[in-house]
Design a protein around this ligand. Structure first.
Ligand SMILES: [Zn+2]
Length: 124
C-alpha cells in the first residue's frame, strides 16, 4: 500500500521502518510525516514515543486516542520545513474527516533532536 503520509512511496519503504523501530526519522519533516501516518494507522504508541518527553505532561492520551479513532486521515501536505542542528520547524496542512465532516488543520510545528532522535514539541 502507499504510505498514508503522502510521499507516494510504499509504506514498507517509507514510514514503516520508523514505526517498527528499525530506523529513526533522519529529520524533522520525516518525523512529521511518520507521525501523520501513525495517526492514520491508529498507532498511538508511536505518537507518544515521538512527542518531546518534557511535553508529554500536556498530552491528553485519552482525548487524542478518541479523536484519532473517530477520524479518517485524508491528506498531509508539507508546506515548508527547515532545521538546524537540533531544532526543526515544519509547516503542514492535514486534511481529515472527523464525525463525517472534512476539516483541515494548519500548523507550524517545532521539533527538537535529542541524542539522535527527533521529537515533536507540543506548543500549547
Ligand atoms: Zn510515509
Amino acid at each position: 500500500m502507499l504510505c498514508p503520509c503522502g510521499s507516494n512511496e510504499k509504506y514498507e519503504s517509507c514510514c514503516d521502518p520508523y514505526h517498527n523501530g528499525a530506523a529513526v526519522a533522519p529529520n524533522a519533516e520525516k518525523l512529521m510525516r511518520s507521525r501523520y501516518s501513525a495517526f492514520a494507522m491508529k498507532n498511538m504508541n508511536y505518537i507518544i514515543k515521538t512527542t518531546d518527553p518534557v511535553d508529554l505532561v500536556k498530552f491528553d492520551r485519552t482525548a487524542n486516542e478518541r479523536w484519532m479513532l473517530e477520524s479518517e486521515f485524508l491528506k498531509l501536505e508539507i508546506l515548508q520545513s527547515s532545521e538546524n542542528e537540533n531544532q526543526g520547524t515544519v509547516e503542514f496542512q492535514a486534511t481529515f474527516k472527523h464525525m463525517g465532516k472534512v476539516q483541515t488543520h494548519h500548523e507550524v510545528s517545532a521539533f527538537r533532536k535529542i541524542n539522535g532522535n527527533w521529537f515533536y514539541r507540543i506548543s500549547q
